[in-house]
Design a protein around this ligand. Structure first.
Ligand code: EPU
Length: 313
């Protein structure tokens, strides 16, 4: 590929994508790229722009469903040491976009910094988490048979955006800029950091006793393990919750869809908003199951579920 001549970093052609996603589904990447530096990334972004090749920033592949074909584009993974750097100044932590949430939370814990414990047990990178404004947003009580989980449910929302001081991004022309939090719009599972590659972020945390931080982390991990299906391959919660009061998982469950399958894809029996790959699932199986779920929820509750998972096809 002539247009990539002179670009440093790890480049592969036709890289199989299955193994790069937590769903274990996906075809091949026309170009797979792991830059060692910002300069590598700038060069690739500009070359891809000239070739009109779309960019796919894959993070840890934990929130994507990729079609079973060759995807015409450049897949970018910020896996090198440069993009995983972290440093701490007072209660602010700087973190490269390629660091995993687990690495970030553990580093914060090590330095007695609290705030991000609620993300414990969520797979993903800092970049992906900021881009998607990862967080928790749920009706806590499971009492009763109503779609909202009963009258006594308490809504608790918390997202990574609440902690962001600024982010450094590269736009699709290869220019790097810092964006302060007052210019970033974080909404439910969304940010306005579209059409750019998040490189790093500064997060404002709070000093706290390490034992309390650890306890908090373990509680979140325990809660997730009990309620969610991390034993099977999946992309976590598949649909966004229609509102703070309504859990997509509960709605799907109330439609009696737990265990329903299409090909190798099935609605988890543990948490109905998890579509799991029972083995050998095709992207098409997941998409068919997705349509079936949306139809059933629409018919029963008049609500349209929208995927939280990014679908690349
Ligand atoms: N519920 C059911 N049946 C199910 C699943 C859930 O009745 O099959 C009930 C639960 O018993 C509970 C209520 O629905 O009363 C809410 O369930 P849960 O606490 O699991 O929360 P959620 O709304 O389903 C959200 C996030 C999760 C996050 C949890 C943390 C979304 C789409 N999901 O789930 O995020 O971990 O809160 O409480 O916002 C993700 O983003 O991938 C993800 C898993």
């Amino acid at each position: 590929m002539n247009y990539l001549r002179g670009i440093s970093g790890k480049i592969k052609f036709g890289e199989p994508l299955k193994g790069h996603t937590t769903f274990r589904i996906g075809g091949k990447a026309k170009v797979w790229f792991e830059p060692e530096s910002v300069e590598d990334l700038t060069n690739m972004v500009r070359a891809a722009g000239k070739q009109k090749l779309p960019l796919f920033v894959i993070g840890s592949g934990s929130n994507v469903l990729i079609a079973d074909k060759e995807i015409n584009g450049v897949f970018i993974k910020l896996s090198s040491a440069y993009f995983k750097k972290m440093s701490i100044k007072s209660a602010t932590i700087y973190c490269g976009a390629g660091a995993t949430l687990a690495e970030l939370i553990n580093t914060a814990y090590f330095h007695g910094l609290s705030g991000l414990e609620f993300l414990s047990g969520i797979p993903g990178t800092l970049g992906g988490a900021v881009f998607m404004n990862a967080g928790i947003s749920a009706k806590i009580s499971a009492e009763g048979g109503s779609a909202s989980g009963g009258k006594n449910g308490k809504t608790k929302t918390k997202s990574i955006g609440d902690f962001v001081k600024n982010v450094t991004v590269m736009d699709y022309k290869g220019n790097v800029k810092k964006i302060n939090s007052d210019k970033i719009i974080f909404t439910y599972r969304k940010s306005n950091l579209e059409r750019c590659i998040i490189l790093s972020a500064h997060l404002k945390l709070l000093k706290k006793d390490k034992k309390k931080i650890k306890k908090n982390m373990l509680e979140y991990i325990d809660k997730r393990r009990k309620a969610q299906d991390y034993a099977a391959s999946s992309a976590g919660c598949f649909f966004k919750n229609p509102s703070n009061e309504l859990s997509a998982g509960r709605l799907i469950d109330l439609c009696g869809l737990k265990g329903r399958s299409v090909g190798g894809a099935a609605v988890s029996r543990k948490h109905a908003n998890f579509i799991v790959n029972k083995g050998g699932a095709k992207a098409g199986d997941v998409l068919s199951l997705m349509s079936l779920i949306r139809k059933r929820v629409k018919n029963k509750f008049g609500l349209t579920l929208n995927p939280e998972v990014k679908i690349w096809q």
